[in-house]
Design a protein around this ligand. Sequence first.
Ligand code: FAD
Length: 1023
Amino acid sequence: MDGPLPSEAAGFSAAEEAPSAVGVALNSQYLAPEEATLRRLCDLARLPPADRAAVQARALALVQGVRAGRSGASGLDSLLRQYHLASAEGVVLMCLAEALLRIPDAHTADRLIADKLSEGDWERYLGNSDSLLVNASTWGLMLTGQLIELDRAGVGSLAGWFGKLAARIGEPVARTALRQAMRVLGHQFVMGRSIGEALQRTAGRNETRYAYSFDMLGEAAITAVDAQRYLEKYRDAIGDIGRHVAQGGGGALRPGISVKLSALHPRYEYLQRRRVLQELAPRLLQLVRQARDAGIGLTLDAEEAERLELSLLLIDTVLQDEVTQGYDGFGLAVQAYQKRAYGVLQWLIERSTRLQRRITVRLVKGAYWDTEIKRAQERGLSGFPVFTRKQNTDVSYLACARLLAQNLAPVYPQFATHNAHTVAYITHIMAAAGTGRFEFQRLHGMGEELYQQVIGPDAVCRVYAPVGPHEDLLPYLVRRLLENGANTSFVNRILDERLPPERIVLDPVEEADHTHPAAEPRIALPEQLFGAQRPNSRGINFADGIELSSLLRQCAAAVPGIEPLPDAAAAQVEQALARTCATQPAWDQRPVDERAVILDRAAELFEAHRAQLIARCVLEAGRTVPDSAAEVREAIDFLRYYAVQARLLGAPVLLAGATGERNTLRIRGRGVFACISPWNFPVSIFTGQVAAALVTGNAVVAKPAEQTPLTAAFAVELMHRAGVPPDILQLLPGGPAVGEALTGDARVGGVVFTGSTQTARRIDQRLAARPGAIATLIAETGGINVMIVDSSALAEQVVLDAVASAFNSAGQRCSALRVLLLQEEIAPRVLQLLAGHMDELAVGAPTRLDTDIGPVIDDEALAALEAYAAKVTVGAPWQHRAPAPAASRTHRYFAPLAVEVADLAAVEREVFGPVLHIVRYQAADLDGLIDGINRMGYGLTLGIHTRIDSAAHAIADRARVGNVYVNRNMIGAVVGVQPFGGRGLSGTGPKAGGPHYLQRFVTEQTLTINTAALGGNASLLSL
Ligand SMILES: Cc1cc2nc3c(=O)[nH]c(=O)nc-3n(C[C@H](O)[C@H](O)[C@H](O)COP(=O)(O)OP(=O)(O)OC[C@H]3O[C@@H](n4cnc5c(N)ncnc54)[C@H](O)[C@@H]3O)c2cc1C
């Protein structure tokens, strides 16, 4: 890929990304406007007045029944009643439940306990509930909470407190009590730790009225080994349940099993769909066959919206297979909160009818609502995949239920809800349909009081029963608590005594009819995330095949327009400097708003020419399509953000002073700025530097990296088209000679540079050696960035974030993770997962959408990385390398490497590529380690993975770095949200995309006018 147009140029293939038939049928609804979608669903769900009244009367009776019979309440209901989610104690309980049982070492467990319990007032909960569960957990919490309070008094520091506690009662007491409390919690919500235990429990006195669907607890698999393990778990479970059925167990309704597809494949993602369909379909077919032969049902859980199309493709494969001929136990969950829900059901009905199959449909509202909203906002999608008001989801549910009730031949409906109104509505429409061929479903530990009143000859209910060890339960439990503890949740509302029953059973269709607008205005649409002043940049929905194939078509079409560009000769440099110097004063005189408007216009043009920018970025820099798309978004954000900031900074400030005089402070451009940018972000860093300099009244000579002039040239063309005068912004492609000519010229008033620390130093020295005024230097350089992981962290999350941080963009980001510090107790597990997950990465052509990691920038970089890899791996205690693709050398692919080194000191310099160093540490040495990180002298990004808030804050306070990220990856800083830049060897600051950046590009002027000079102070005299 040396030279401008690499061999991958031919690679943008829209044909390969052709959208599936499912996508074509459904995706126009994916992010559809809420208003129109909802109104249509209201019409479909609306009942005649008499029926509506009957439903409400029934719902009211159910609510009253639940409230009256609540004394024996158990399970989640009573827990939620006791610890409201919004209370400090509710939050603490969730944090503890999520993390405590998985922490292997006492030291970290104690820190977590201290961290969380000091936040709660546990005593007030004791004795307030007659539920054994609540009291048992409160007891445990209070015991330890009290001990902590007693010992804290007069001790002051956490370390001191620990010492005293240990001396007095011994740490194990507190820890044991807490772990016990969490196990009590766990027991309540898990049907059994093993399928055998669960089956035994279903035979219990209270349980035989229900049917069961068993859910093997666990999170999504991120390695092939985990996926295989889950597959075997499912197989064993189906075998066990099948034997139970064969022996006469299971009751009238056959039991079932719920399967999470994300547990069966380590890359269950839309962009990997070719591979997923090939590898996962046979596994799924195998399970369905086994379930059919065992005489039990198999239901696929519904997961995130971005996985919906993929799961429907798999379902279609199963429906087409002979395995479902005559077997009507196969089905799926459909989430009513998705705007596509109704369409999904129509599609399923059409497919089953055509293929002469009968499927089960579990209609749920959806469990990932908050995640869907957050993701859509982060990704800048054109809308939300889910409704934004609870009542709209309810309406969708009712409309979907009606559709199912009208299609009982191809579908067996299963209505999963704990909402009395929803139950009443369904009972009503199913009675009207004259059929009992449906079932209700509830979660184990929830809705018992409601279904006590519902089940009978006309209505059966199945319990979704989680099975697994308590450690695996925790994420599940936290999700249930979040979902049902929300203020809008029915379970929460029915428990709130202050709410009259009538308010709880309002008809959602009627509510929606009276609510305008349909969408909740307090939830900012992705585009409006930054308020009216600054539209968010538009993202690409990488789970929508229609959008993707159109993008690739545009990228392919852009390729012929990319012509090589010669380096600037010395005469051009001279000419550019002369012109910029001559024209800058006039540009500076223009009102700041004029320049800001030009930036806003440039942002529009960047959006309109997104594919052309992406194509150049992919081809020149070897960045993947998603990375390039993210970069274009960042560039657009820079343009808009600096336009807003310049308007603020550019407004003259009237200063206070004596009467008879007017004092004004205003800003001016510094003159000519040289913007010297790197190849690793050829769109965004280039644009950010130039935009900041221009909008503050400077002229710009821009020298992009030698490797990426074409991308820069196109960005400049768009800025010129937007209204930046050509003389004011001049592009000077070329290598070090151009850079040196600029930095050695006294006409340059400032340099903004992003690149290596060594080059920054050379620029600094060159500027200092020039005659004339002292120039401004803004330098953004590299770092040896570290992620600290303690044993309270979730290993899967750590691995996903570490891999993204270290290997994304082939590690060629200054923010990239270079050293993963692992607390020794969890290091073996994390490394095992890391190796497994690395094996799943696709290194290859950046034009392909299923590529995770593209090439490194040039042959020299590849050779240096390979030489380093050969050296650092000698005698390493642990190492792992991702599989290398074919043609590694010719295409400059470097297979990502993770390698353990003895300590931090072994990492002497920034290795700019996908190489991740691992260092194990002991918890007690953490402070010393942070000092060690500080001593390295860099200070760019730092990642922390811990569930202990006080630990995260302590590390962030001690570390001298620019950007700290807790419990997430450490790349992809968003303009205006995570202003980016470091300190020490990592750069001069101020942070790019932050509120102080523009100040470095300006000089200040005060204007003092003696308004009394004509002989009198008119304004004072006329008071
Ligand atoms: C047997 C069973 C199986 C399940 N399987 C799955 C599954 O495979 N996948 C899955 O995702 N979920 C699944 N769920 C969880 C289910 O989605 C939730 O339990 C359900 O959403 C709660 O609905 P409800 O009718 O009981 O409560 P309600 O309180 O009536 O509804 C709560 C729901 O409304 C929605 N909601 C809340 N606030 C808003 C808002 N502001 N805007 C729009 N919508 C909002 C959310 O979906 C929330 O969960 C399952 C539930 C059961 C009972």
